[in-house]
Design a protein around this ligand. Structure first.
Ligand SMILES: Cc1cc2nc3c(=O)[nH]c(=O)nc-3n(C[C@H](O)[C@H](O)[C@H](O)COP(=O)(O)O)c2cc1C
Length: 336
């Protein structure tokens, strides 16, 4: 399949693995890129720019295909040295950066001077248009369903994607709620040029996280995510667990006077406890509603091949079948 996104990034399939804290290590990024998608190393999981440089080198040892690095600009307890991270990306020869959180405007000159293609992940049409204006090459449009930070507008992809398609000139991928060939075909139908998956990639063999995390994703349903930190306007969609229940209780007690310090224990330092030690009740970690569509732990290649085969069958059989009169009996899922 060729789309504006496969052409822009020089990849085989229009599937991107979004940056994920403590998940997006070289192993996962390389597996996604080797399977024909675009793998992304999560920059800030590496505690220093020097460690990011090593992670990039490790990824390069595992794949000769294009891969990217995610740079997230979110409120944090201590601000990271972004220019040094960008230098590590440039010197590591990485030519694709996924930015997320606040606008990457102040770093665009440095990224563009290094010949880097920038895909900015954002949760609204107005932020997407801003990304286009400041010179981003593409955007990842992240609907309300998404794991992580869905913003504060609460617009799901069924509305957000066609709205983005009506306004944007640069290519975009649909992000949030994507799991299979049905997601890809629906996104293409709504004007996107590919998909970005987060949560679905965590439940793969190569994702370098504790087995408890993968099992929890298989067991959870679409009813098991919660929104936290709304009062701080830093909303995050997370998987429900005991730590998240405590967090929500504190949020109820504090109401509008909530401060980040009030929930420090439930949000700070949680990722290593969950992803490395498998402590599933440690607190808030990102997870999308798409968890309800995750029923297995395939290899990354099995997953990507399945998405592409299923998408092709839906287009060729079910959709064209509707037009030539044979579609009424076509299964909604070509591949079980
Ligand atoms: C465990 C986890 C950690 C994430 N960490 C980050 C991150 O550090 N930076 C970022 O830009 N997005 C992060 N995301 C968001 C993903 O890149 C992606 O946009 C999102 O998962 C898409 O929604 P989905 O989970 O429904 O596929 C994270 C998502 C998950 C599931």
């Amino acid at each position: 399949m060729k789309t504006a996104i496969t052409e822009l990034f020089g990849i085989q399939h229009p599937i991107i693995q979004g940056g994920m804290h403590y998940v997006g290590f070289a192993e996962l990024a390389a597996a996604v890129s080797n399977a024909g998608g675009l793998g992304i190393i999560t920059g800030l999981t590496q505690k220093t720019p020097e460690l990011l440089a090593k992670e990039i080198a490790r990824c390069r040892d595992m794949t000769d295909k294009p891969f990217g690095v995610n740079l997230t600009f979110l409120p944090s307890f201590t601000a990271p040295p972004y220019p040094e991270y960008i230098a590590a990306i440039r010197e590591g020869g990485v030519r694709i950066v996924e930015t997320a959180g606040r606008s990457p405007e102040q770093y665009m000159p440095a990224l563009k001077a290094a010949g880097i293609k920038v895909i900015h992940k954002c949760t609204s049409v107005r932020h997407s248009l801003k990304a286009e204006k400041i010179g981003c090459d593409a955007v990842s449009v992240d609907g309300f369903e998404c794991g992580g930070h869905p913003g504060e507008d609460d617009i799901p992809n069924m509305i957000l994607l066609p709205r983005a398609a009506d306004e944007l000139k640069i290519p975009f991928v649909a992000s949030g709620g994507m799991a299979d060939g049905r997601s890809l075909v629906a996104s293409l139908a709504m004007g996107a040029d590919g998909i970005n998956m987060g949560t679905r990639f965590v439940a793969t063999k190569e994702a370098p996280v504790h087995d408890n995390v993968k099992r929890a994703l298989v067991e959870a349903t679409e009813l098991d995510t919660r929104l936290v930190m709304r009062a701080l306007r830093n909303t995050e969609r997370v998987l429900k667990n005991k730590g998240v229940d405590q967090l929500l209780e504190i949020e109820r007690e504090k109401g509008a006077s909530l401060k980040i310090q009030d929930i420090h224990e439930q949000v700070a330092g949680v990722y290593p406890k969950v992803m490395v030690d498998g402590e599933m009740d440690a607190g808030a970690w990102s997870c999308g509603m798409v968890v309800g569509l995750i029923n297995d732990i395939p290899t990354v290649k099995e997953l990507i091949d399945r998405v592409m085969t299923e998408a092709e069958q839906i287009i060729r059989q079910r959709l064209t079948g509707f037009l030539d009169g044979t579609g009424a009996k076509a299964p909604t899922r070509a591949v079980a």
